[in-house]
Design a protein around this ligand. Structure first.
Ligand code: HEC
Length: 172
């Protein structure tokens, strides 16, 4: 076989490879056009899109900070600063009704029932320290799971303990 024949064969193979790759590229291009075209055709432009997104990612609350000096000076004279109302503390019965009654009212999930002496006797025997800790931090006992602060971690320790006090006062 001469060198010229070798070259000819090489170019032939090369040409075939390039032709194949071009064909594949073209096929992929057509596929992309079909799929993307369909997706784009289904896209609907929503003019409220931005508003909806901003609404979804809106912070749940804003910090109530005292006005900056400049702002204070600006509004001076218009009105006296109104003192912010201090969040009122819940009373024992209120805490019980809001945070504990759901389980302890009827003894749901193994919770000791309100005013049920025998239910409470072994618990009282543990001592108040243990009980307080179980109520504030939560625990899993033999009967079931008592969530920290009955799930109301937004309430202060003081409020929760007032609720507990109320529960214990109902014992015979
Ligand atoms: C989701 C249900 C649920 C809520 C809400 C709940 N508890 Fe409980 N609590 C339980 C269960 C269940 C137990 C018993 C767990 C065990 O000993 O197995 C328990 C046990 C207790 C005990 C006994 C602790 C001990 O050491 O034996 C006290 C006291 C108590 N809860 C107080 C409260 C108070 C106060 C609240 C409200 C602030 C509250 N619980 C809200 C389910 C609840």
């Amino acid at each position: 076989m001469s060198d010229a024949d070798d070259d000819g064969e090489f170019y032939g193979t090369m040409l075939l490879a390039v032709a194949c790759m071009t064909a594949i590229s073209f096929a992929l291009f057509l596929l992309k056009e079909t799929v993307a075209g369909e997706v784009e055709a289904n896209l609907v432009y929503d003019p409220n899109y931005e508003t909806r997104v901003l609404e979804r990612i809106r912070p749940v609350g804003i910090a109530a900070l005292p006005p900056a000096e400049g702002l204070a000076a600006e509004s001076a004279g218009s009105a006296e600063a109104v003192p912010q109302p201090v969040a009122e503390k819940l009373t024992g019965p209120q805490v019980y009704n809001q945070a504990c009654f759901a389980c302890h009212g009827a003894g749901i999930g193994g919770a000791p029932k309100l005013g049920d002496g025998p239910d409470w006797a072994p618990r009282l025997a543990q001592g108040r320290e243990v009980i307080n800790e179980h109520v504030l931090l939560g625990y899993t006992g033999e009967q079931g799971y008592m969530p920290p602060k009955g799930g109301r971690i937004d309430l202060s320790d003081e409020e929760i303990l007032a609720g507990l006090e109320y529960m214990l006062e109902q014992l015979p």
